[in-house]
Design a protein around this ligand. Structure first.
Ligand code: HEM
Length: 487
């Protein structure tokens, strides 16, 4: 409860690390034992080496089932491996060129719209724009569907996502906790029934699922009517062919197909949009870094024929751009904590010795069947032992100054924001290219600065970080800054 009620997200976890070390024993629901884990070796053990021993908790199954159904983020074991194997080709490196072109087109469209908006008022909520961009990018590259959000279309699915996430993040009440406790103690098969419990959170989650399934069913109907669709390795192509595959290992039931589309909309929109918006704020508040970034991007454009967009290989040759993206992902850990359940007694190794109640130190942590693990990705991302004494500060140069980074986990730059291992983010390359293209376009076209009277504040929530404005927390998610067109 203390963790959920803190007003500065991550602060309590940081204090515990200082006092006890990178694994802390706490009590979870109704005194159930739990461990807060931010140690790199322990995270690697749980997420990469012994994944089967530490599945997602049964309480997470209930909320996930209500929100998405049998989607990739919810299912476990063989079903998860099968779904992941089927969908992985849609996120391979060979797709990156097409994504980059699409993000470039839509990013430029967004830049044009922002230019028109700031003719009247230079203060904007950049999150509104990055949310529209993220939705249009997902729609076209994954579903071959044009949402038209940047063009001003009202897209109700975005509202439903925001509502479901907001309610789940901030309005889970005593009844939801009771449902979660029941889930932990009842067999896994009860998750489907508990997901229908009439609580506020459950109602909001179920509403998003119904809404997104309706959208997904329309997209799939159009795809199934067009035999050419099966020939492509994008998400719709793979889902189309797997929906009538004969081989059981390649086959997805229609409910699973709809659940994947619901998953991608949810997993890919808010995460990328808020990362991008926070990144824009960080460079707005660090003008020297912004200037350095702009110079690097302009130099790369100068090497290309006029009006030719940058390709994925060009973005990879921009060291400061990539350092800024890594630093932003490190400091702004979208999904700040993930839970896992211990299914059999285990001994978890740690990289940094942990202090026990009697004051002695240990480098192994025994855990028992039924214990919960709270994997604190945000605390790991700010550990001074991994990142140096300036771990809490913005310093993209840490990725370029040759300092040793005492860890080897995560999917990008040793940062854990995309999680790790076989349950790590499937869309991380998609997200990185979107961040590269959009950041480059923003600094090329605008001078960004802070609004002197407003400061960004990360708002408290159960699972993820929501950027808002200090003193205007009740207005919800927004990232406000000033934008001036560069002629
Ligand atoms: C900055 C943007 C993003 C961040 C920070 C992020 C973060 C994460 C994290 C932490 C997980 C693990 C969640 C868990 O185990 O409970 C995850 C899983 C996942 N993400 Fe992302 N994500 C991002 C963008 C995307 C995008 C753009 C897509 C799709 C286009 C995507 C698709 C997925 C999927 C399908 C999973 C489930 C993987 C599995 O369980 O096998 N994500 N993401």
């Amino acid at each position: 409860m203390q963790l959920l009620q803190q007003t500065a997200p991550g602060e309590l976890e940081r204090q515990w690390v200082e006092e006890y070390g990178t694994v802390t024993r706490i009590s979870s629901f109704a005194g159930q034992p739990a461990f807060l884990v931010s140690d790199p070796r322990a995270l690697q053990y749980v997420m990469n080496e012994k994944v089967d021993k530490f599945p997602k908790g049964k309480d997470i199954d209930v909320f996930g089932m209500a929100l998405i159904g049998q989607g990739l983020t919810v299912v476990s074991g063989q079903a998860h491996l099968r779904q992941r194997r089927i969908l992985t080709p849609a996120f391979s490196t060979s797709m990156t060129r097409a994504w980059a072109e699409l993000f470039q087109d839509h990013g430029e469209k967004m830049v044009g719209k922002i230019k028109t908006q700031i003719e009247e008022d230079s203060s904007i909520d950049i999150l509104k724009w990055t949310t529209k961009l993220a939705l249009d990018a997902l729609g076209l590259s994954l579903f071959r569907h044009h949402f038209g959000a940047i063009d001003g279309a009202d897209v109700p699915i975005t509202r439903e996502i925001q509502n479901a996430l907001h309610v789940a993040a901030t309005e889970t009440g005593i009844f939801d906790l009771m449902v979660a406790m029941l889930a932990i103690h009842l067999p896994k098969s009860a998750a489907k029934w508990l997901a229908q419990a009439p609580t506020a959170a459950s109602r909001a989650l179920n509403k998003y699922r119904r809404f997104s399934y309706k959208f997904a069913a329309e997209v799939m109907k159009a795809a199934l009517n067009n035999p050419k669709n099966e020939q492509k390795d994008d998400v719709v192509g793979l889902l189309t062919s797997s929906s009538h595959a004969v081989d059981k290992e390649q086959r997805l039931q229609m409910d699973e197909v709809l659940a994947q589309m619901s998953t991608f909309l949810l997993a890919g929109q808010e995460t990328t949009a808020s990362s991008q918006a926070v990144l824009a704020y960080m460079i707005a508040t660090h003008p020297a870094d912004q200037q350095r970034l702009r110079a690097e991007v302009q130099a790369m454009y100068a090497k290309k024929p006029l009006n030719e967009p940058l390709a994925p290989a060009d973005y990879d040759k921009l060291p400061f751009l990539n350092a800024v993206i890594k630093e932003n992902l490190r400091l702004y850990t979208t999904v700040h904590t993930m839970t896992r359940q211990v299914v059999a007694n285990e001994i978890i190794p740690v990289a940094y010795p942990v202090t026990l109640e009697d004051g002695s130190k240990t480098s192994t942590i025994p855990v028992k069947k039924g214990d919960r693990l709270l994997l604190s990705l945000q605390t790991y991302n700010r550990l001074p032992s991994v990142w140096g004494e300036d771990a809490a500060e913005w310093n993209p140069n840490r990725f370029l100054d040759g300092r040793p980074i005492d860890s080897n986990i995560g999917l990008f730059g040793n940062v854990m924001t995309f999680s790790s291992g076989v349950r790590g983010c499937l869309g991380w390359k998609f997200a990185i290219i979107e961040l590269q293209v959009t950041t480059a376009l923003l600094v090329k076209n605008f001078e960004l600065s802070a609004i002197p009277t407003e400061r960004m504040k990360l708002l408290t929530s159960n699972f993820f970080l929501i950027p808002g404005v200090e003193g205007k927390e009740e207005e919800g998610s927004q990232v406000r800054l000033r934008c001036k067109t560069i002629d």
